[in-house]
Design a protein around this ligand. Sequence first.
Ligand SMILES: [Zn+2]
Length: 103
Amino acid sequence: MTAFARKTCNGPCGRQLSIAHSFYRDYRYPGGYMSICKDCKRASVRENRELKLDYYRAKGRQKSALPYYRQRRRDYAQTPRGQEVMRAARARYRRWKAIEQRA
Ligand SMILES: [Zn+2]
């Protein structure tokens, strides 16, 4: 297979594209590339996330509650950049709180 080999996307676009440039690698497929192009794959990932948004949000919350990630946040908060980010977040929260109380 050369770098210029092309194949037809099995996704909704059905375009004929350069394999090396327009298809994600995936060793589970016989050719080593996915059967749908990068554009179609991105669209399907986005659509799936939207359909199961609650599931993915819950999953993210579960993950960020794990000790490893809690410790990483604590460590980051000690760095100069982390303190800057925390200060900005606190300021945003105060502004938001002030608007909440007026309403
Ligand atoms: Zn496609």
